[in-house]
Structure formats: structure tokens, C-alpha cells
Design a protein around this ligand. Sequence first.
Ligand code: UDP
Length: 308
Amino acid sequence: MKYLVTGAAGFLGSNLCARLLAEGHQVIGLDNLHSGRQVNVDWLASMSGFTFVRHDVIEPFDIACDVLCNLACPASPPHYQEEPVNTAKTAVIGTLHALENAARHNAVLLQASTSEIYGDPLVHPQPETYWGNVNTLGPRACYDEGKRMGETLCSDFTRLGKVDARIIRIFNTYGPRMRGDDGRVVTNFIVQSLSGKPLTISGDGSQTRSFCYVDDLIEGLLRVIALGSNPGPVNLGNPVEFTMLELAAEVQRLTGSRLPLVRMPLPADDPKQRKPDISKAERILGWRPKVELSEGLSRTIDYFRRQA
Ligand code: UDP
């Protein structure tokens, strides 16, 4: 099969491409290297079957493929908020261009949507049927609303019979090939611990997230593509929920860091809780994450130790 992966130089994109190449597929990786990294492209280029195209999805593209995985978009809150208009354009116009390309080449499209479409959720855990609680005016809106519009475009293209566009809603995912300066909590805690700095806790640290190891996420994503028909949106994430204080304690235990935590202000619109309801994924994909937090964090810490 010929796969086109937008955002191939990013964390999820590069891990996805590597898995596809290992399975013997032909992969064209597309990225503008804005938040994705050349080092990930170099890694993929060392495997057979990979072609890299440097391109910004804000501009149209025309590349033949059987499956198009649309992952291009900065995803870490500090990064996507740095250039909010660019983030919104990437999420909306980039998705439109991906859909147009998929329609032209009769390809199945896999849309990387996000738990952020649920905003600061009032329903817990979040099932796919929940419509969300997003502040349209806040600093996260460029990403949240961009991704919501991405879902709208995918469902319209599907309803119109133009593309079979499958939506996955990705909850917090971590693992090797994240950027050390990504700004998200897992990488911040690991990099801070390994460089002998105190861990930065936003707010009182009681807010929760549920962390999925990247290999589990990629497995779920591929199972959505392999389904015989479009299942509608599917949550993919690990349903085991932790407070940020618990995450900090676990990273400290695994790295041996003992410095006291440093408190930071809680960012605007920071969701108080997040945990996927994965019963749909379990039912239709027979999928459930296998890697526990301690194991996934150990592997990620090893990766960052090797980078040092
Ligand atoms: N956070 C933290 N310390 C950090 C970075 C983030 O306590 O150094 C908190 C952040 O405020 C949020 C949670 O960790 O409550 C997860 O943040 P992240 O940026 O990883 O992703 P989000 O789930 O908010 O998109």
C-alpha cells in the first residue's frame, strides 16, 4: 500500500511512518519542518520505502496514495499558541487540502483529531457522543476550534461521498521522538529531572490527564484504517487517569530526582480533567492500551538519556 503521512517529521508522524515501513508499505512523508524535526526525517530516510516531501499543507498538494494520514499540526499548547493563526490555518486549510488530495486519488483518509475538541469537559470520562465545552475566544481555541472544523470537513466529505474520512480523537500521548523542548508535561518533567532542575507544576497539580504510550496509539490508529467501513469518531487513549502531582512523583521515582516542585500559574482554559471513554475502540477494534505508565515513562526516559 502507498501511504501519505502529513506531519511525518513530528512525534506521532515519525513513529507512524516507522511502523508502516516496518510492515513493508511505501510511505511518502510530508512536512514543512515547522514543529517537526529533520532528525526524524533522517531516521526515516535510513529505512527503505520512504520518500520525504518538504511542503506546508496550507498550500494545496497533489500526491497519489491509497491511504492519507493527516497528522500535520503543531500539537503542544505552547507551540500551537505561539502562532495561533498559523495553527488554525494548518488545522482547517491543511485538512481541506488533505481531503481534496484524498478525493482526487480515491484514498481513505485518517484524520488525527484530538481530545481537545472536548475542551474543558463537563462530562467525565469523555465518550465520542459528548459535544464538548470549548471557549471559542481563548488561547487554546486556535487548535481546539481548528481541529473541530477539521472534523466537520471530514464528516462533510464523507457524507457527500467524496472521501471515506475516518476520525480518531487522540488523547495525551507520549514516547520516544517527542521534542525535549516540546513544552508538554511529560517531556518537561523528564528533561527537567535529567538535567537536575526542579519539576514545574501548573496550578495545584490536581488536574488530571490520561497518558497513552505511542506504540499503543499507533496500533489503534492502524486498526481504524483496517476496518471495513467508517466507524465515525473513535477515541484513542489510555483510560488510566493521573493527577499532575502523581505524574511528577512517578517521573521523580524513575529518574531519582529529589528536588522540590516549583509551582507555575495554571494556563488559561487548562482542562481540569481528561480521560477517554474507550469502550467504542474496545468494541469495534478489540483494542486497549497495553503499556503501563511506569513502563512507557521508563522507555521515554531511556530515549532522552540517549539524546543527552
Ligand atoms: N503542565 C504542568 N507542568 C508543565 C507543563 C504542563 O503541570 O511543565 C500541566 C498543564 O498545565 C496541564 C497538564 O500538565 O494541566 C498537561 O499539559 P500538556 O501541555 O502536556 O497537555 P494538554 O493536555 O494540556 O494539552
